[in-house]
Design a protein around this ligand. Structure first.
Ligand code: SF4
Length: 292
């Protein structure tokens, strides 16, 4: 399938919409909207040079990060809830999104970092194609909770250089309770397998920034170290222990988290140290630990 056919196929997947594993089946090309509350035009909250990612993604001047409005998942603790759940932002055409990508490159971004873009894949891929034909050479990051449809990922092959999926839950009941994401473990495992198939090797540029690869992020929740161990064992079994892991401690109980007492506090320092110990005990050597 050539690039035009891939983009056409992605747009076809909007009506009925099967762009993400929730498979709403609504006719987005006829102005219906599904769980993500999104139409066919991309909506963004902001774009910036962001220095808070893993060091090889931030680089010296920052990751060229684009935050998309709305989301297919409903995480009750979402730190970006103002735009992911409430939908703040502005609409941008394919051409404007292209200009934004090129402007981030001009400002010295290490990459283009697409933050939870799943529900806008068709226009985003159209923008990427246009941007590349107009001189965009930076690595492209797909920054996602990991809950992706393998058939859709197939259509992204060649456009994404760095996959940055979360492995957020090892317990499907928690995935439903906190994110309304049914069958999370199976779907995310299959998605990460496809990502690793497309980009099996991690590569770095001479300046230390990453040019290709997959990093699996694990967000640490309070009182959840048992799940961390189970998650790491699952990752080891499915993808091997050489995969790059990013352990993240920056959980804060925002948005609706206070409705759930068990996740209504930040992580303690002791929990963080114990998490690092578990990571070592389970034999993972590649990756990073992100402190708050
Ligand atoms: S992208 Fe949105 S409308 Fe389409 S299946 Fe997912 S949640 Fe539903």
């Amino acid at each position: 399938m050539n690039e035009i056919e891939k983009i056409k196929r992605l747009y076809e997947m909007l009506s009925p919409c099967y762009l993400c594993p929730l498979r709403c089946g609504v006719e987005r090309l006829k102005r219906e909207s599904g769980i993500c509350n999104s139409g066919i035009v991309t909506k963004i909250s902001a774009f910036t040079l962001y220095k808070g990612e893993e060091p090889p993604l931030s680089g010296r001047d920052g990751s060229g990060t684009i935050f998309f409005s709305n989301c297919n998942l409903k995480c009750v603790y979402c730190q970006n809830f103002q735009f992911s759940q409430i939908g703040n932002g502005r609409f941008v055409s394919v051409k404007e999104l292209t200009r934004i990508m090129l402007s981030l490159q001009e400002k010295g971004a290490s990459n283009i970092n697409l933050v939870t873009p799943t529900h806008y894949f068709p226009p985003i891929v159209a923008s990427l194609r246009l941007a590349k034909s107009n001189g965009l050479t930076l690595p492209i990051i797909l920054n996602t909770i990991g809950y992706e449809d393998v058939k859709v990922l197939n259509l992204l092959e060649g456009y994404i250089d760095i996959y940055l999926p979360d492995f957020r839950y090892i317990d499907d009941q928690k995935a439903i309770k906190y994110s309304q994401a049914p069958d999370y473990v199976n779907i995310t495992t299959a998605a990460i397998k496809e990502m690793l198939k497309q980009v099996p090797e991690v590569k770095f540029r001479p300046n230390g920034t990453m040019s290709r690869g997959v990093i699996i992020r694990i967000l640490l929740f309070p009182d959840n170290l048992q799940d961390l161990r189970l998650t790491l064992r699952h990752i080891a079994k499915e993808f091997g222990k050489d995969v790059y892991i990013s352990l993240m401690s920056q959980y804060v109980p925002v948005y609706r988290a206070k409705e759930f007492p068990e996740i209504s506090r930040k992580l303690s320092r002791e929990e963080m140290l114990e998490a690092i110990k578990i990571l070592r005990e389970e034999g993972f050597k590649n990756g990073w630990v992100q402190y708050d």
